[in-house]
Design a protein around this ligand. Structure first.
Ligand SMILES: O=c1[nH]c(=O)c2[nH]c(=O)[nH]c2[nH]1
Length: 302
């Protein structure tokens, strides 16, 4: 009558916090993450025949995550995701793939009286670093790194004109508008042969994250934007140039509209065009502009 077509299972929302203590320097460093582990393999009978013998309990997966966090660095998250994935496919012969997602939350060291404080931190922004990895037996490790929830706004330096017009078009052209978005940017790495290769390139992950964030912010600020589409393509192009091991860059940018308000009905108040200073931020609907950009020609090599 029916058959199991696809299955994976695991533990989501494993919250993890690690303190690294540098006794010599008298400083501590903290990392807070949320981990999701989903396993694939010969687990069909657990669904179809109530055979629990093939189930590595989700609680076991959570405990394993804590143990591996104790035994290994949990940054960069790309490396820790690969450590977790490698553990599950190597420890259990019937588990053939592990999907590991790690969200790294922000804890930025406080500056007190102009000096970095040894053990106090603040959340200076809701932006998060995300890693989605798949470790697959006989294939390798595929990793996509992301930055999400990075809220940005520019009050000028953005236009939108020359777009297609027909009998459905009401939007006026503008040569000066507010541009705001919550950046979701991802970059997909070449497939790594295994954990050893991921380890060998480990410093590249933080470098890529910093480059992607800097390119995103710099391009957003400096580009005289013709559209969200044109600006995000420039960002993608620069990330591909900066990180040779990356094969594809993707952006998903909501266009968070700020509408001008015509106040001329009140004593002729001027508040449109070059006189606009008071705006109405819109919650919805919003534009949503997405793209994936890859390299022309042969694939990237180490
Ligand atoms: O940068 C933009 N791209 C669009 O596709 C679009 N559509 C729209 O109404 N405003 C904008 N702005």
């Amino acid at each position: 009558m029916s058959q199991l077509s696809y299955a994976r299972y695991g533990k989501d929302n494993i919250r993890l916090f690690k303190v690294e203590k540098d006794e010599k320097a008298g400083t501590q460093t903290v990392v807070e993450s949320t981990v999701c582990i989903l396993l694939e393999g010969d687990i069909e009978t657990s669904y179809t025949e109530a055979d629990n013998s093939v189930i590595v309990a989700t609680d076991t997966q959570k405990q394993t995550c804590y143990i591996l966090a104790k035994q290994n660095p949990i940054t960069p998250p790309e490396l820790f995701a690969s450590v977790i994935g490698d553990h599950f496919i190597k420890t259990y012969p019937h588990i053939h793939a592990a999907h590991v997602k790690i969200i790294q939350h922000k804890w930025t060291r406080m500056a007190i009286d102009g000096k970095p404080h040894p053990h106090s931190f603040l959340r200076d922004g809701e932006d998060i670093r995300v890693v989605e990895s798949v470790t697959r037996e006989n294939v390798g490790v595929s990793i996509r790194s992301k930055i999400e929830k990075l809220l940005v706004l520019k009050s000028t330096g953005s236009a939108f004109y020359g777009f297609h017009r027909d009998e459905y078009t009401q939007l006026q052209e503008t040569w000066d508008r507010i541009l705001s978005t919550e950046v979701e940017a991802g970059w997909a790495w070449k497939t790594f042969s295994g954990l050893d290769e991921v380890k060998s390139v480990a410093p590249k992950f933080d470098e890529a994250f910093n480059a992607a964030k800097e390119i995103t912010l710099k391009t957003f600020a400096l580009d005289n934007s013709a559209s969200v589409q044109a600006t995000m393509y420039k960002m993608s192009d620069q990330i591909l140039a900066a990180v040779p091991l990356v094969e594809a860059v993707d952006y998903s940018l909501p266009n968070k509209h700020y509408f001008e308000i015509d106040l001329s009905w009140h004593k002729g108040l001027k508040n449109t065009g070059k006189d606009a200073t008071v705006y109405a931020p819109q919650s919805n609907p919003n534009g949503l502009i997405q793209c994936t950009v890859t390299r022309k020609g042969p694939k990237s090599k180490l």
